[in-house]
Design a protein around this ligand. Structure first.
Ligand code: 4NP
Length: 167
């Protein structure tokens, strides 16, 4: 069988210190549990550069660790124009992120952009920003993204390369 190019998945939020680092870690955890981690190339980024170079928020690191995955070594970075061709899927946490991605999207873009929960579970629902919230709000984010990731792994494997999922 011909070696397959990994499927590129970029998770995006506002700051890239809370939700999208959790999304990246939860997706890698789900892909590893399913034995398909090598099929993916995964990263996360922010539509802002507020926290460029920073590690994830300590509350996000703690909530992830409590659910069995480590995000402490991630480094925050902003979305770049090249991401729109380097990744197959760019998955946003909320509508504001999606609107910002539409503004950043270059004419040459090939990536498919969507809300992460819509791509995973077909539900038009946001992953809400926990930044000004409580530890419990971070647990809710981890819950939602772990559940979504188990579904998303198979959806992306099944849908990758389909013209209907592009644009
Ligand atoms: P995130 O949360 O988008 O889930 O990383 C936020 C992090 C930082 C800020 C806002 C949201 N901020 O305004 O600095």
């Amino acid at each position: 069988m011909k070696a397959q190019r990994p499927i590129g998945v970029l998770f995006v939020c506002l700051g890239n210190i809370c939700r999208s680092p959790i999304a990246e870690g939860a997706f890698l955890q789900a892909a590893a549990a399913a034995g398909v981690a090598a099929r993916f190339r995964v990263d996360s980024a922010g539509v802002s550069d507020f926290h460029e170079g920073d590690p994830p928020d300590s509350r996000a690191v703690a909530a992830a660790a409590a659910r069995g995955f480590d995000i402490s070594r991630q480094v925050c970075r902003p979305v770049r124009p090249a991401d729109f061709t380097a990744f197959d899927y760019i998955l946003a946490m909320d509508q504001a992120n999606l609107a910002a991605l539409a503004r950043l999207r270059p004419a040459t873009a090939t990536a498919w952009t969507a809300l992460v929960l819509e791509a995973a579970e077909g539900r038009h629902e946001e992953v809400q920003d926990p930044y000004t919230g409580t530890a419990q709000d971070f647990e809710v984010v981890v819950d939602k993204l772990q559940r979504a990731s188990r579904e998303l792994v198979w959806r992306l494997l099944a849908g990758h390369g389909s013209a209907a999922r592009r644009g």
